[in-house]
Every structure is written in structure tokens, then in C-alpha cells.
Design a protein around this ligand. Structure first.
Ligand code: C2E
Ligand code: MG
Ligand code: MG
Ligand code: MG
Length: 278
């Protein structure tokens, strides 16, 4: 329809809709090609043991480096990759790359490092996902102790079959963390059925933990909950020593954030690893 606007100008549709659709289609095409063209890379961000100050693992984070479009952040393309199911081949590539990296670091003689991989709901809904994970680990020669998986709570809180899939992944010996914990809907009522090893406290509570009593109370409650349920807990998005100090006082034993390191390419992060004493 054509809508008359003030000042005598006319506009078709909602402002910007056609342009947005076009941008989306273009982006989808580029996304589809980029898996084959090798435009994706993984960066790794350390996870720290807050008690000893030692590295406790790393998280793999995907990067899309498009030759013309530049670096596109995951928050911009992961949702599109999910809607278009491109996340299935992309997710397989991510898992394979992470396993390959874990095997390489092991061969190079570094202390065993667990790489946590973010996995989307769409991947969990794939009926072959457990077999795919098993196959990739076998092909890349890594054991379950070298891999972790991060899932967001919204993906399975109320989904029975998905909880079963997660349990099968855990039965392989892979640790599962619930990412962005505290932002989902059914957090507390579902806690006793959560098939997870670790709660990863969302960074929105960490950001203002030193100035906002509510955030501090929520974090405290999550840590208590984790302790009671026998789960590990990790805080993400730690940027200052004040935040780290409060988290330690609250009994949080693991953390991650720019205070320790931003996500880095593999060569840059290796320099922080230690070698196994031979
Ligand atoms: P996430 O898994 O919760 O990852 C944490 C995000 O926060 C990352 O952003 C990380 O770079 C950023 N971050 C880490 N420390 C700090 C900090 O101290 N301060 C601030 N402000 N940010 C920090 P990134 O890499 O842009 O990823 C965003 C989201 O995209 C991820 O959130 C995850 O949901 C998704 N994502 C990233 N990589 C993958 C992947 O390989 N597969 C899937 N399915 N999703 C991914
Ligand atoms: Mg994550
Ligand atoms: Mg998160
Ligand atoms: Mg997130």
C-alpha cells in the first residue's frame, strides 16, 4: 500500500523493510559460501580458576572474516545461520576445528586443555547430533575430557527430548555448561532437572556487580544454587579487579573476561599455556 506522509512525500511499505530483506538475502548467500571458502576462524578465550589464578580451559568463539564485508560479529550472523539452518554445516565445522586444535595442542605437549564449544538449539534438534559429535571426536583423535559444550538455557528448559539429547552428550563424558545463566525463563523451577555440569552466570549480572545490590544478590543466589545442586559455576564478562574480588568473596571459583584476556587467535593464546613436565 502507499501511505501518505507529512510534507507530501510517499512511502512504500514500512521504512527500510525492502532494503533489510535484500541485505538479509545477500548476507545469507555470503554465509552459505563462506563455510566452503574458509572465511571462518576460531578465537579462544581463557577460563581462569579464580582461587589459584591458573588457566582452567578455553572457550572457542567463531569469527567471520569476509574479504569484502570485513569482520562480522557472531551476534549478527549466528541468528541468521540458525534461521537458515546454515548453523548445521557451520556448527560441524566449528566442532571439528576445535577438536583439531585440541589434538594439536596435545601433540605440542601443552598441559591438557579443555576447549568449550558453543552449540545452538538448532544443532541439538538434529537427530544425528550425538553421533556427529562422536564421529568428529573419533576422526580428530580427541577424548571427551578435551571438549566441553556451552548451551543457552532457553534452548531446552521446557523441552523433554532436548534434555535427553543433552544427557546422551554427557554420557559420552563431555561436560555441558549452561551459558548466559539467569537470563532464561524457568531457571529456578527447572534446576533439579537440568542436565548440566556447570552454570555460566550471564555477564549482565557481572557488569554492575560492584554497584548494584540486586545483581550481587542474584549472583550469590546462583552460586548457592550451584553449590547445593553440586554444579560448577563460572562468571563471564569479568572486566575489573573489583568484580573479580566480589566474585571470589561470594565463592565463585571460576571466571572469564577481558580482565584476564579477550578471545585470541590460537597462536596468541598458546603463549599463556604451560607445558607438561616431562
Ligand atoms: P557467549 O557464548 O556468551 O560468549 C561470550 C561473549 O562475550 C563473546 O562474544 C566474548 O567475546 C564476549 N566477552 C568475553 N569476555 C568479555 C568481557 O569481559 N566483556 C565483554 N563486554 N564481553 C566479553 P562474541 O565472541 O561476540 O560471541 C557472542 C555470542 O555469539 C556468544 O555468546 C555465543 O552465544 C555466540 N557464539 C560465538 N561463537 C559461537 C559458536 O562457535 N557457535 C555458536 N552456536 N554460537 C557462537
Ligand atoms: Mg559461551
Ligand atoms: Mg554467555
Ligand atoms: Mg551469549
Amino acid at each position: 500500500y502507499v501511505k501518505e506522509q507529512g510534507g507530501g512525500s510517499y512511502q512504500m511499505y514500512e521504512p527500510g523493510t525492502a532494503a533489510k530483506t535484500l541485505e538479509r538475502i545477500l548476507l545469507e548467500n555470503e554465509l552459505r559460501k563462506s563455510v566452503h571458502l574458509g572465511y571462518f576462524t576460531l578465537e579462544y578465550q581463557p577460563k581462569m580458576n579464580l582461587v589459584h589464578g591458573e588457566l582452567s580451559g578455553v572457550e572457542a568463539l567463531v569469527r567471520w572474516n569476509h574479504p569484502d564485508l570485513g569482520q562480522i560479529p557472531p551476534d549478527k550472523f549466528i541468528p541468521l545461520a540458525e534461521e537458515t539452518k546454515i548453523i548445521l554445516p557451520l556448527g560441524e565445522w566449528i566442532l571439528r576445528k576445535a577438536c583439531n586444535q585440541a589434538a594439536q595442542w596435545k601433540r605440542q605437549g601443552y598441559d591438557p586443555i579443555r576447549i568449550a564449544v558453543n552449540m545452538s538449539t538448532i544443532q541439538l534438534e538434529d537427530p544425528e547430533i550425538v553421533e556427529t559429535i562422536e564421529r568428529i571426536m573419533m576422526e580428530e583423535g580427541v577424548g571427551p575430557e578435551m571438549i566441553g559444550i556451552e548451551l543457552t538455557e532457553s534452548s531446552f528448559a521446557d523441552r523433554h527430548e532436548m534434555r535427553y539429547t543433552i544427557q546422551r552428550i554427557r554420557d559420552l563424558g563431555i561436560v555441558v555448561a549452561i551459558d548466559d545463566f539467569g537470563t532464561g525463563y524457568s531457571t529456578f523451577s527447572y534446576i533439579k532437572e537440568l542436565p548440566a555440569d556447570t552454570l555460566k552466570i550471564d555477564m549482565s549480572f557481572i557488569r554492575d556487580i560492584d554497584v548494584n545490590e540486586n545483581s550481587q544478590a542474584i549472583v550469590k543466589a546462583i552460586i548457592t544454587l550451584a553449590d547445593t545442586a553440586g554444579l560448577n559455576v563460572i562468571a563471564e564478562g569479568i572486566e575489573t579487579t573489583e568484580q573479580a574480588g566480589i566474585l571470589q568473596l561470594l565463592g565463585c571459583r571460576e571466571g572469564q573476561g577481558y580482565l584476564y584476556s579477550k578471545p585470541l587467535p590460537p597462536e596468541a593464546i598458546e603463549s599463556t599455556f604451560s607445558k607438561v613436565e616431562k
